[in-house]
Write a protein of this length. Structure first.
Length: 212
């Protein structure tokens, strides 16, 4: 609060000269300090702490697995993605190591994402219905459990695209995270991270469009 103290001025004796009153102002900031602590307490109690975003990856156990227990992949369903340096991607369709014309792309929206969307829709036309189910869930026409069940069913369609992801020593950890993000963006639920083969490395090194 502001206090104003006044003191009389001038000499009241006869013939004395009158002087103006002197005013002194003192501002009390004690209530402002209390208000500051109240605001700090309010924001501490009402603000939610930011939670780190994490990505769960289930990697296969490197034990001896019998041949009958291995997942069989049809070459007609497979797409192989090779992550290499300079944020580049070499890809081909199939699971063999001998491919005549592997293609090169990047992580842009018109790059690997466009390719994944086009190829996924060819093999699984129901992918476009995920957006419809999501809107229905937002409008509360279906429950969250119903949406998750349909979402998982469509993404894991047995005749859909199967993607094999391989990374060479020149690629960065960021490249692996980015390609996994693309799997979620394009609603591809059937993919695997596998070791790169010597034939794949030769394919990268011999490709004139790959920046060395």
């Amino acid at each position: 609060m502001a206090d104003i103290a006044t003191s009389g001025g001038g000499d009241h004796k006869k013939g004395g000269k009158k002087r103006g009153k002197k005013l002194s102002t003192r501002v009390d900031f004690t209530p402002m300090v209390d208000l500051g602590f109240l605001l700090i307490t309010f924001f501490m109690l009402t603000t939610s702490m930011s939670k780190p975003s994490v990505m769960d990856i289930n990697m296969p156990v490197k034990d001896n697995i019998e041949e009958k227990d291995k997942t069989q992949i049809k070459a007609s369903q497979a797409m192989t993605i090779l992550l290499t340096g300079k944020d580049q991607i070499v890809y081909y369709f199939g699971i063999g190591e001998e491919v005549e014309n592997p293609l090169v792309t990047n992580f842009s929206a018109n790059g690997i994402r466009k390719i994944l969307l086009e190829e996924s829709r060819k093999r699984n036309p129901a992918l476009d219905s995920i957006r419809i189910y999501k809107q229905m869930a937002n409008d509360r026409k279906i429950t969250e459990d119903e949406f998750k069940a349909n979402y998982s069913r469509i993404r894991n369609y047995k005749n859909g695209l199967i993607i094999l992801i391989k990374a060479d020593d020149k690629s960065r950890y960021k490249n692996l995270v980015d390609i996994l993000d693309e799997m979620n963006i394009t609603n591809n639920g059937r993919y695997a991270i596998v070791d790169i083969a010597p034939g794949d490395l030769k394919m990268i090194n011999d490709n004139p469009y790959v920046q060395k």
